[in-house]
Design a protein around this ligand. Sequence first.
Ligand code: AMP
Length: 284
Amino acid sequence: MSDTLTIALPSKGRMERPATELLRQAGFRFERTERSLAVPVRDAPIELLFVRSSDVVELVADGAADLGITGLDLTRETSAPVTPVLDLGFGRCTLVAAAPENSGVDRIEDFAGLRVATSHPTVVGSFFASKSIDIVPVPLAGSVEVAPRLDVADAVADLVSTGSTMLVNGLRPVAEILQSQAILIHRDSSPLSDTARTVTTMIEAALAARRKRYVVMNADEESVPAIAEIIPGIEAPTVLPLVANGKVAVHSVVDESDVWRVLPLLREAGATGILVLPVQQVLA
Ligand code: AMP
């Protein structure tokens, strides 16, 4: 058995770019040429396997990959023994039961006896079964939303993020079945190896960094206590002397969502030359 850790991730589709961007932000350096399936990570005992998002689950379940990035919906659709390790915050979508406008299907109970087109027959089947509503699932790999127009189905259960595709196809959402997003998964029974733990920590640190900004500013020494109160940072702000004019530089970290609130307060407290910078990784 090799000591190389294998991570399976989507080779195409809507999760491909955010997944590779996240790994790069987490510090992985790799060069992916088109069509390359297995790509080594530079300076680390890690290999990336680029496969279809739906195959990621199977490869992790089989042990062919140690970790995988895929959609929660896809893990729920198979009974493969995989466990989420981390929510990754992208690929957010909702599996929605929807029916054509003017079909008279307004409540979930109205789905009884209908043919429901979906690429998630397992999840959809257990959703309706849990409500004791009998439906006839029509499994389709794609183009679910056109099924009613083709008279292949009476209604659909499909993934939406903005909802505009459904609207364009004359479908009205009736109920939410599952909220999904991209997740990092591993095999149920196998404990995380040291390398897998390190990878998880690096990814977590990159995700945490997305919610943070590094702020740097100059100030008179007397202003520092007031500034420190506004931007306490992870433990406390760093204060460094400037070469000239007796001022100091104050460095700290703030929540991205707080930046707009904090900047005017810092100016009022006497800060000048304020810089707001992105953060690559945060390990608290
Ligand atoms: P792919 O077919 O490779 O683009 O991947 C499909 C997966 O992307 C789905 O199973 C979801 O996990 C995720 N996804 C995120 N947003 C959407 C959306 N609006 N429609 C379909 N899939 C989505």
